[in-house]
Design a protein around this ligand. Structure first.
Ligand code: MRU
Length: 334
């Protein structure tokens, strides 16, 4: 991804391995500060997933793969490392896919640094392909609505939902992006807007509850979001608030797409209602920054994700092409 710091252009990934450390762009402090954090142990990697230094399904998967590589380097028991990494966040499927793939490769005598690098390179390439396929859905002057951050920060590089938008911009199309702020952690306002500014893509951050208004006024042509876990019937979990955007899109006759690599699809689950949904700290809702925004006695609920039923999904943009939910078939992706 393009990062411009004090006039210098850099091409960086969300995380990478260097000198037996995993280096992460610290996503907790963007957009105000750009800093890298280094993980030197499996416990550091797990902590960085839990505290959301790194977030977004494919990037969490990459962190899991590098975490397993670090376990092999440091001589940690691989089953123990896998269990620790899998305990970090429950919803995004890529984490489980990546850790299990590393366990399999270790079982065949593989070097996990090499295996993790290969896995991470593959994700970046898959996201680039998602951009190529998704670009076909974006017309010149399209107004696109997205939710949360499904950009390069969430996916190593390119993005999932943002990949088609990047590709459209690079192919000289004019695009405009409505960026849902994405309460309570504000990944849209903080991270998606930051990525779009790095690329010079025109956009506006909107309150989460304004999306319906712009759809109703005919100002949104297409909705593209990411996914944390897609299941066999095409239902999918994504950042809380996605479900209502999908219902509003259908009500207003607007095509609604989710974009994800095939490694986000969990064919073992038949229905979205089976996806474990992470509930996070009440204080993410009760506070904005350090400031309490409700009576101190008030309790809060904070589901990190919701499930959008397949009936609201026009298509799923993957590295292998664009599919209707009912076209998902495990055999097709082997
Ligand atoms: O809690 P997060 O920030 O890890 O959640 C990420 C999302 O839900 C994103 O919307 C994204 O679509 C999935 S990752 C590309």
């Amino acid at each position: 991804m393009l990062v411009i710091m004090t006039g210098t252009e850099m091409n960086l990934r969300a995380l990478w391995m260097e000198d037996n450390k995993v280096r992460f762009i610290d996503q907790k402090i963007l957009p105000h500060r750009f800093e890298l954090l280094d993980a030197e142990s499996v416990e550091d990697v797990a902590t960085f997933i839990e505290d959301m230094t790194v977030r977004g399904a494919p990037s969490i998967g990459a962190a899991g793969a590098y975490g397993m590589a670090m376990a092999q380097i440091t001589g940690m028991d691989l089953q123990e490392a896998a269990e620790r990494l899998k305990r970090t966040r429950p919803t995004a499927f890529d984490l489980f896919y990546a850790v299990d793939r590393m366990l399999d490769e270790a079982g065949q005598g593989g070097n996990l640094v090499t295996s993790a690098e290969k896995y991470v390179d593959e994700i970046a390439e898959k996201c680039r392909m998602i951009g190529e396929h998704g670009n076909a859905l974006i017309s010149n002057n399209a107004r696109i609505l997205t939710h949360c951050n499904a950009g390069a920060l969430a996916t190593i590089d390119y993005g999932t939902a943002l990949a088609p938008i990047r590709a459209a911009h690079h192919s000289q199309k004019e695009v405009f992006v409505f960026v849902d702020e994405t309460r309570p952690r504000l990944q849209g306002a903080a991270l998606t807007s930051w990525e779009l500014i790095q690329e010079g893509i025109d956009h506006a951050v909107i309150p989460d509850n304004a999306a319906g208004h712009y759809m109703q006024r005919g100002e949104v042509d297409i909705v593209i979001v990411g996914a944390d876990r897609i299941v066999a019937n095409g239902d999918f979990a994504n950042k809380i608030g996605t479900y209502e955007k999908a219902v509003l899109a259908k009500e207003n006759g607007i095509p609604f797409y989710t974009a994800a690599p095939v490694s986000t699809i969990d064919f073992s689950l038949k229905s979205g209602m089976d996806i474990p949904i992470e509930e996070r700290s009440q204080d993410e809702v009760r506070l904005v920054g350090a400031e309490l925004i409700c009576p101190k006695e008030a309790s809060a609920r904070n589901p990190a994700f919701d499930v959008t039923p397949a009936k609201f999904v026009t298509g799923i943009i993957t590295e292998a092409g664009i599919f209707r939910p009912e076209e998902l078939d495990e055999e097709k992706f082997k």
